[in-house]
Design a binder for this molecule. Structure first.
Ligand code: 6YU
Length: 503
């Protein structure tokens, strides 16, 4: 191999957007191998055929498709986006992470709710949520978590809700409870009471009207894979352990020794100078003690433990015919007897489906058929993963019959759902900054090892993945940027003049 870093061996673990992005930027420097546990690339970007179209089991939208978003730029470069996404007006829209979709809100009593009442409560929620983003650097916080802060603010406003009318007030509270569930899906958490208030504003929303990939989100990792030299990625190669700070020699080559040895579950082993670890935080939480030998330093372990990693799943339902109006793109659900000021129900078996926030209508129907995509977060979502397809389909049918007030509503033709919590190499959906953690933990997670800058064998372990990006965590663009960041770190190291040998 030619160029800086010549002869250096780099192994990346995980072929999601972080791993693929890193690999692309490292091409041409030394030898590079990307090891992926699954039989496909993309990780939490995963498109599957469903009905007459496609279903996104993981990432759905490009959040903030605008020139500052590298996923948007890359997808545009590969011509993967539709004409709408390319329109400049759409790239300038500020949606603050909540794109507007024409919607109908079903109440649990089987009637569509008044749009005015719903939007009044939503407007209040959005205002409070905006204020929850203003506490960065504040020492005296009104509450430790976003959920507690929001509920405190809502409690203060109860007398004014619904202009003093009891039934109107109840409805406002019920819509606010539904808003909290939506926020759980967005943050990928069981409860907003788990999400830290002080750093909440550190997450950055980019401008742009969220868009999807007409040919599926997986078209992006597939293009990224094609751009790599053949043989760079090894699929079905789950890594069992990463030994670092070692001195490993290859048979027949006594002259060289490598500080890192990556051992796979199938017994294969690879020696390397540098390993970029991009496995999800959920996997690290479960396996870090045995995955790294010697174990990670305490600061890194604390960051892994403290940062949050929750579950957000999707339930796709295919219908013979739509029961919704053609212009409706979002069917929301409000449980009219709920309030954010009351303790949530804990009996998962009886109540899991009440955490579902509603359904996005997949567009356009000519491509997808008549498909709804439901979103559900938290422990209820993890419970849903334990049920059979028949049980989920049966529960969804009963729920929709209740919401529409139509006991004869035909059952969906088929169902498909994600199960991110059970996925052994993911163990959840995405990261959030949990109570007790902060953006400093994200930086600590991203810190390469060994920590000592004077170590003669630096950058043995580098860390990328969405959970290592301080302002774009939980997104595809955060993942991609983190991969580029670590590749750049190595490229700079390769280009730097070698230090004089220490005497
Ligand atoms: C986005 C969106 N989106 C919905 C759902 C999910 C996610 N995201 P990867 O996991 O991809 O790769 C790691 C690889 O490592 C993987 O292939 C493993 O198999 C492999 N591996 C693990 N262990 C291994 C081992 N031992 N050996 C070898 N290999 C191993 N993001 O931009 N738009 O609409 C959504 C959504 C259901 C599950 C999403 C979305 C998140 C992204 O999918 C995710 O961040 C990246 O794909 C991760 O890439 P990676 O490379 O890091 O890991 C204030 C505040 C709020 C904060 N949140 C607001 C933003 C909301 C996020 N949006 C979510 C919404 C949806 C619907």
């Amino acid at each position: 191999m030619e160029g800086g870093g010549s002869g250096r061996r780099v192994v990346a673990v995980g072929a999601g957007l972080a791993g693929l992005g890193a690999a692309r930027r490292l091409c041409g420097h030394g030898s590079l191998l990307l090891l992926e546990a699954a039989g496909r690339v993309g990780g939490r970007v995963c498109t599957r055929p469903f009905a007459s179209g496609l279903a996104e089991m993981g990432a759905h939208w490009i959040h903030g498709p605008s020139p500052g978003n590298p996923v948007f730029q890359l997808a545009t470069g590969y011509s993967l986006l539709g004409p709408e996404a390319a329109r400049e007006e759409n790239q300038q829209v500020e949606v603050g992470g909540h794109p507007f979709l024409p919607s109908v809100t079903y109440g649990s009593s089987g009637k569509a709710l008044s749009p005015t009442a719903v939007s009044e409560a939503r407007h209040l929620f959005d205002t409070l949520l905006e204020s929850a983003r203003t506490f960065q650097g504040t020492k005296e916080l009104p509450a430790p978590s976003v959920g507690q802060y929001l509920r405190g603010e809502i409690a203060q406003r109860v007398p004014a809700l619904g202009e003093g009318r009891e039934d109107a007030r109840r409805l406002q509270l019920a819509v606010l409870a539904a808003c909290l569930k939506l926020e759980c899906c967005i943050s990928g958490t069981h409860s907003m009471d788990l999400v830290a208030l002080e750093p909440f504003g550190e997450y950055v929303s980019l401008p742009g009207l969220d868009c999807t990939f007409p040919g599926g989100y997986s078209s992006l990792p597939d293009c990224m894979l094609s751009a790599l030299p053949e043989g760079t990625v090894l699929l079905n190669k789950a890594v069992r352990t990463i030994q670092w700070k070692g001195s490993f020699r290859e048979e027949g080559d006594e002259a060289r020794n490598f500080p890192v040895r990556v051992e796979c579950e199938d017994g294969d082993a690879f020696l390397a100078d540098h390993v970029i670890v991009t496995v999800p935080l959920g996997f690290l939480k479960e396996h870090h003690q045995d995955f790294f030998q010697p174990p990670l330093p305490q600061r890194k372990v604390e960051a892994i433990r403290r940062l949050g990693f929750g579950t957000n799943n999707k339930i796709f339902l295919e219908f013979e015919k739509p029961f919704w109006d053609p212009q409706q793109q979002l069917l929301e659900v409000v449980w009219e007897d709920e309030s954010p000021l009351e303790e949530p129900r804990t009996d998962l078996e009886a109540n899991w489906f009440k955490k579902l926030i509603g359904f996005v209508v997949l567009q356009p129907p000519e491509q997808h058929g008549h498909v709804l995509c439901g979103f559900i977060a938290g422990k209820e979502s993890e419970y849903m993963e334990t049920l059979s397809d028949e049980e989920v389909l049966g529960t969804m049918t009963r729920l929709l019959r209740m919401l529409t007030g139509n006991p004869h509503l035909p059952a969906p033709r088929s169902v498909l759902r994600s199960r991110w919590h059970s996925a052994p190499y993911t163990r959840g959906s995405y990261s959030y900054v949990a109570v007790g953690s902060s953006g400093d933990d994200i930086d600590a997670l991203a810190q390469p090892l060994p920590e000592d800058p004077e170590d003669p064998r630096p950058l043995q372990l580098l860390f990328a993945g969405e959970a290592t990006h301080r302002t774009f965590y939980s997104t595809t663009h955060g993942a991609l940027l983190s991969g580029w960041r670590e590749a750049e770190r190595l490229n700079q190291f390769f280009q730097a003049p070698s230090p004089a040998p220490r005497l």
